[in-house]
Write a protein that binds this ligand. Sequence first.
Ligand code: UFG
Length: 342
Amino acid sequence: MKEFQVVLITGGAGYIGSHAVQEARNYGFEPVTYDNLSMGHRWAIQGEFVKGDLGDRPKLLKAFRKYQPAAVMHFASHTYVGESVTHPQKYYRDNLTNALNLFSVMLERKVSHFILSSTCAVYGDPVQVPIPEDHPRNPVNPYGDSKMMLEKILAWYDRAYGLRSTFLRYFNAAGADASGRLGEAHDPETHLIPLVLDSAMGRRKEITIFGQDYPTPDGTCIRDYIHVTDLAGAHFLALKLMMETGQSDFFNLGTGKGFSVREVITKAEEVTGKRIPVRMGPRRAGDPPELVAQSDKARAALGWQPRHSSLENILKTAWAWHRNYFGGKAKTSRRSTVRSRQ
Ligand code: UFG
């Protein structure tokens, strides 16, 4: 019989975390979700679940004792760049102290493999695009800064305690699981693709383009959109590699190809068959003109292929999810397969 190693997945009820839970068994791992459901959704939970806060050390310890995880993937985090600028305390206090608490439980329980959800926001305004992993880290907002701090803390924990970690620096996560069971449902929603689809559905009057005077071919910002299923898969490939080599590492997760805001809207019109009303707005503070990953390292070292990440597939899967979820059927028919341990 196949042996599955347990991975504790914090934030497993959130957007990216729930896709990781969904993918775990395809890579030979058994997921256990640890989530306080402050941002995550009960309907997104699959398999074993502990409702708990990362600040609750006794509950965390109990979960570690019960499930004996071989590794931890840490998705639970505040992730709004704009909010981090207006409420930095929330980002430093929660993103740092919760992670420190988690590390202390890992050390106590001798769990020495950790995957950090990091971000391209650690690079700040890039001086080189595509952005390589050895690009200087110079975050321009507290969200990116809190993630960079965690990267630095983990490098020291590796040296001192042998806690191995891999930092996965996500570019723009987008799309939805092909089964239609999972997808993006933030509240409030600030991301381009769900807002564009809201406009296509008529839930929103129009999409506002934040700035058209950037130094890009059509004047709008360029981003590297990566399908959430590809993103999720990379976590398990990275974990396997780290378990084999016993080495910490860090990778960009992007496709290496960027699309402008206008290109995303045009493609969304094609995929949805709807006209999407557009309004021009001013630049949004803190948006670099172009964020595109150099993605060769993850491909070469992990054998990772972003197979689901064409812009068309990202939009198709996101649209299928969005229509179902926000069309009203989903919330009532959706059944979770959760086994809750309170
Ligand atoms: N945009 C609009 N109108 C909108 C929403 C977004 O024009 O209504 C534009 C933004 O200005 C940006 C692009 O669409 O140029 C993508 O914006 P998102 O909000 O979807 O994503 P971000 O690039 O801001 O954020 C992502 C991740 C963060 C990460 C950040 C790094 O979601 O976690 O990249 O800059 F930190």
